[in-house]
Design a binder for this molecule. Sequence first.
Ligand SMILES: Nc1nc2c(ncn2[C@@H]2O[C@H](COP(=O)(O)OP(=O)(O)O)[C@@H](O)[C@H]2O)c(=O)[nH]1
Ligand SMILES: [Mg+2]
Length: 467
Amino acid sequence: MVKCVPPTDTEDTIAAIATPVGQAGIGIIRISGPESLEIAEKIFKPKTPHTAFISHRLCMGYVHDPGSGNVIDEVLLSYMAAPNSYTREDIIEINSHSGYTLLSKILTVLTGLGARLARPGEFTQRAFLNGRIDLSQAEAVVDLMNARSERGLFLAAQQIQGSVKRDVLALRKEAIHILANAEATIDFPEEDIEHLFRDEGAETIRKKLIHPIDILIKAHTERVWIDGINTVIAGRVNSGKSSLLNRLLNETKAIVTDIPGTTRDVIEATFNLWGIPIRIMDTAGIRKVNDEVEKMGIDLALQKTAEADLLLIVIDRSRPINQDDMDLLGHAKNRKALLVMNKIDLPPAPDFAEKADYLNRFSVVEISALTGEGIDHLKEAIKDTILSGDTLTISTSRAVPNLRHRQALLKARDQFLCASKSARKNRPMEIVAFELRNGLDHLGEITGQTIDDEILDSIFSQFCMGK
Ligand SMILES: Nc1nc2c(ncn2[C@@H]2O[C@H](COP(=O)(O)OP(=O)(O)O)[C@@H](O)[C@H]2O)c(=O)[nH]1
Ligand SMILES: [Mg+2]
């Protein structure tokens, strides 16, 4: 664990195209760093010079190539002087027209004048390193862009305003206070305050740290509104997986044929079920094959099956059940899974009645992907399965920790629990203080106060260019 310090390259000036590259009304290029203003002055000719480069004012003019002197585009330019900017550095934003060659040309001119191409997420990383936002707020930027439901959007917007940060900082403040009391018993042994701490400290840790952490951990289940539920359709070849995907989406997304092995890649789409975003994946049918490409598809299908939050195992009721079906059913144990019995428009296979007892151990939904019969029941069953176990209530707490936060909270909780036990069991106060400090460090991972540079890099690498 290292304390987070800004790397030296925040000294340089970075530039990137911040909008999708392609033909559009407007394209935005961003520049951030100490040289921003100087570089902009070399390429921008304002139409009315006295209005140029006033902080937080838009100015109209021309961007030109200082090498050739040619005008590249008519643009609107804004200058946001440090520290009142996204990165807390001097920022220049150029609103030009949008086209690949045009935006690339402007960027080339900027790099020719000393700006460096920004890495994905580097603007937000600078906002974090320069202390404008904490790490949880930086992560909320990605959540906002990825939110797949109204509520997901709302929660991400809360997080960008500091919902997670506030709760974690409050916990840290509490933990620092308890730690100070624990350390006082070590520093002033003659004052006999240790027995007081042992009586009350353990209880305070439970009430003021562990209990609120438990509430936060529970709120993690609300991440489904942002992340969606990873749902995988798995089954034997020709059981009707692609037909089911198309039915659920109400569109022909995947090719359906009676030729076994039609689907090879994973086909992914998202739809909303009662506001819950469902990320659904259609996969290659499971069977023993020699074809290398199909085999790769099947391996991918098995990998997605293992990782799914929710599994829809499709069985063709009109064919006798075989070992591939049985193997797939093995994946359903102790998981959120539904057994989707398909092709009920056809007569059941003769051996079906014998297998019914075994199959009924699973949550079974009967459908016909061909006619649409039973699809509404399936949707109900999907919702019930998602919500089972974790009670997905819309909490009053606006802080919804992501998976990384949850892991840090669990580690912090462990340490605080140890500290509380150590206090009760008359272990040396140095141990109590040590455990409290560890817990504090884990809380600091959430806000980014204590975090590994590698983890930091991996978080920001998920961002897009120019963000
Ligand atoms: N009768 C009937 N045929 C179906 C049903 N669902 C799929 N099929 C047919 O089964 C074949 C395989 O379907 P497909 O969706 O490609 O299966 P996959 O290989 O599991 O993706 C196609 O000919 C479909 O038209 C169904 O509910 N009833
Ligand atoms: Mg298919």
